[in-house]
Design a protein around this ligand. Structure first.
Ligand SMILES: [Zn+2]
Length: 257
């Protein structure tokens, strides 16, 4: 009786091992498109040019980031790209899930729920990790609010219907002290440096980098952060591509049409 039970156990164990092996082999063979491509290339060595000495080697891993996961056009999409060539559509768009953002501020900040949650987490981390106090200087701005903000200088402010603030995914961040508020020197103080270096962890990007005015159409704004979600912010951080226009292969937007 005991002997037979051992045999039964041994038998079912080996069956389980076979099943595991089949699953593993299946997974390996189905998840190696790169391997197949390499095999195909080695079959025709004369057609694959040898890289010149000192040439940059190809990336070790295949880029699997899905650039079509969200719409770039839908104003409700967290990836919507708004610039001087891409107004909001409709131009008086207003998000349906705006909430009050519970952080220190100069003007009452509204953001879409997801972006608000991310801001709260980021401000908390700045306090916990670096003992820095951040504040909001501006967040959602409606079409009509932008009419009063636009000052006629297209390098500094957006025309109504063309402002990323109208998406409900943008906050102009400052130090709670007010130091360098909405000024280039915010990029040089501890609060500005911390946000620049850590925003990606919470799904934000610095939307108007200093060296990208010809692409974005705006001067350096070290305070203006756009929520795009953690996956895209992380991908841009890791690849070093700093603008949405370049990441998605969209035309540069230095001026209005
Ligand atoms: Zn802004």
């Amino acid at each position: 009786m005991r002997q037979r039970r051992r045999l039964v156990i041994a038998g079912s164990l080996s069956l389980a091992l076979v099943a595991v092996a089949v699953v593993v082999i299946g997974a390996v063979s189905s998840s190696s498109p790169g391997g197949q491509a390499a095999g195909g290339a080695s079959a025709t060595p004369s057609e694959s040019p040898r890289p010149a000495p000192g040439a940059t080697p190809p990336p070790a891993s295949v880029d699997t980031f899905d650039r079509t996961a969200h719409s770039l056009d839908d104003p409700n999409s967290i990836w919507v790209v708004v610039n001087k060539l891409r107004p909001l559509n409709p131009q008086d768009f207003e998000p349906g899930d705006l909430v009050d953002v519970p952080v220190p501020h100069t003007w009452d900040p509204l953001l879409r729920q997801e972006a608000s949650d991310a801001i709260v987490a980021m401000f908390q981390a700045a306090s916990d990790e670096a003992d820095l106090s951040l504040a909001s200087n501006s967040a959602f701005r409606s079409y009509s609010a932008q009419e009063s903000v636009y000052d006629g200088d297209d390098l500094l402010t957006a025309r109504p219907g063309f402002s990323e603030h109208q998406t409900g995914l943008v906050m102009d961040i400052g130090a709670e002290s007010g130091e360098c508020s909405l000024a280039a020197c915010f990029g040089d103080i501890a609060e500005g440096i911390w946000v620049r270096d850590n925003a990606w962890r919470f799904g934000f990007i610095l939307r108007y980098p200093a060296d990208k005015t010809p692409v974005t159409g705006y001067e350096f704004e070290p305070w203006h952060f756009r929520y795009v979600g953690v996956p895209l912010a992380t991908e841009m951080h890791e690849t070093g591509v700093t603008t949405l226009e370049e990441f998605f292969g969209l035309p540069a937007a230095p001026e209005y049409e």
